[in-house]
Design a protein around this ligand. Structure first.
Ligand SMILES: Cc1cc2nc3c(=O)[nH]c(=O)nc-3n(C[C@H](O)[C@H](O)[C@H](O)COP(=O)(O)OP(=O)(O)OC[C@H]3O[C@@H](n4cnc5c(N)ncnc54)[C@H](O)[C@@H]3O)c2cc1C
Length: 367
């Protein structure tokens, strides 16, 4: 029997995961990457496997994160030993995934940009196409929804800094802003390098509309406030799409990863969901005959439990002023090790009466 031919576009986590799993399942995979594997990555490189649905990273791990610092007014230590959170070098990690994909029989073409105009030709050449091109996806350019990502995305700026980060050790630091505005992060990769960035999440928050220049100035203000110094090695950033699209299939094209809009609405992390959606796309293709549900339904079914919990937490965060958020941070620091994110939602409902806006929210959530 002829193998199904699948064209994967984009070699980020979503495309690479599709290539590894697709080749394993016996599909004929061609992966096209406009750049080189592991180059031009925009990421703080904290890999949080929030659903326990992906493999532990084998290559490129810098350290397992056992503790994070969460600051609002005061700074709290949050134990992370029981959750799957690693600091990785994404370049190395993605090269490792590409090697795995090749070993399984996938063909990978680097410096091979695909344009939206080429999609139609590819549709006649391949049985399926997986669009893992991130934001804006080439499918969005073809079908006219490229501004979806900006409207439904976090706005971020980030420096890669060289400096002295020994005081942080192997701890990620977060400075959270009230009312779900977003957060500032310092993720050390070693004692001498760190990813330091700022993301605004809430679509209604006016800081999302700051100009690029203003965003960089805001980042530097926060660095000065938190006494973070160092030599700037690289400036990155951009949009992180935090709203899963309803429609994930356009003809023979399946959207995965950021192209599908599936980064976390709570913290913007999208590595894990990119891996999951890439993998599920090829599983769905491999089981094509007699499929019970559409690709969009399949992905929604897998990600909904996580997204529902996260959206609930965002809703709570949105209601919290500085004082209340600080109390919530203290609560998380005391209880995180024992409860994890899924249970946090239930605990938050119990906690809320103690907070200023709690009762109203509590009624909204359980009434
Ligand atoms: C500043 C910042 C910090 C972040 N920090 C974190 C973090 O710490 N943890 C986390 O989990 N997530 C983080 N994210 C989000 C995370 O980076 C993304 O969710 C994740 O990379 C999505 O993976 P992807 O494979 O869908 O897309 P991408 O990683 O964007 O990969 C897309 C790939 O497609 C290629 N491509 C694009 N267009 C074409 C084309 N036309 N032809 C061929 N190839 C093409 C690109 O070169 C790229 O290799 C961060 C994002 C930003 C912007």
């Amino acid at each position: 029997m002829d193998k199904k031919r699948v064209c994967v576009i984009g070699a980020g986590p979503a495309g690479l995961s599709a290539a590894v799993e697709g080749a394993r399942l016996g599909l004929k995979i061609d992966l096209f990457e406009r750049s080189e594997i592991g180059k031009h990555i925009r990421c703080a490189e904290g890999f949080y496997d929030s659903m326990h649905l992906v493999d532990k990273p084998e290559v490129g791990v810098r350290y397992k994160v056992d503790e994070a610092l969460l600051k609002v007014k005061n700074e709290y230590r949050v134990g992370c030993r029981n959750i799957n959170l690693w600091m990785i070098d994404r370049g190395e990690w993605q090269q490792g995934l590409a090697e795995q994909a090749r070993a399984e029989g996938a063909r990978i073409f680097e410096k091979a940009r695909i344009t939206s105009d080429q999609l139609a030709d590819l549709e006649s050449e391949y049985d399926w196409i997986i669009d893992a091109t991130g934001v804006p996806s080439i499918t969005s350019v073809r079908y006219g929804f490229r501004d979806y990502y900006k409207r439904n995305g976090a706005v971020t700026v980030q420096y890669i800094l060289k400096g002295d980060f020994t005081s942080l050790g192997e701890r990620l630091k977060f400075l959270a802003f009230p009312h779900y505005k977003g957060y500032f992060w310092v993720f050390p990769k070693s004692s001498t390098t760190a990813n330091v960035g700022l993301g605004y999440f809430d679509p209604e928050c006016k800081d999302r509309n700051l100009s690029g220049k203003q965003l960089w100035a805001r980042l530097e203000q926060l660095m000065a406030q938190e006494r973070i110094t160092g030599q700037i090695i690289k400036r990155t950033g951009g949009i992180v799409p935090i709203r899963l699209r309803e429609q994930l299939q356009y003809g023979k094209v399946l959207l995965v990863g950021d192209a599908a809009g599936c980064a976390s609405p709570l913290h913007g992390g999208g590595i894990d969901t990119a891996l999951i959606t890439g993998r599920e796309a090829v599983r769905w293709i491999a089981g094509n005959k007699g499929k019970k549900s559409s690709f969009s339904d399949t992905i929604w079914c897998i990600l909904s439990p996580k997204l529902d919990v996260e959206k609930g937490l965002c809703q709570i965060w949105k209601e919290l002023d500085l004082e209340a958020l600080d109390k919530a941070a203290a609560f998380i620091a005391q209880n995180w090790q024992n409860i994890g994110i899924m249970k946090l939602m239930r605990y938050s409902i119990r906690l809320l009466p103690k907070l200023s806006t709690g009762l109203r929210l509590r009624r909204g959530l359980i009434g």
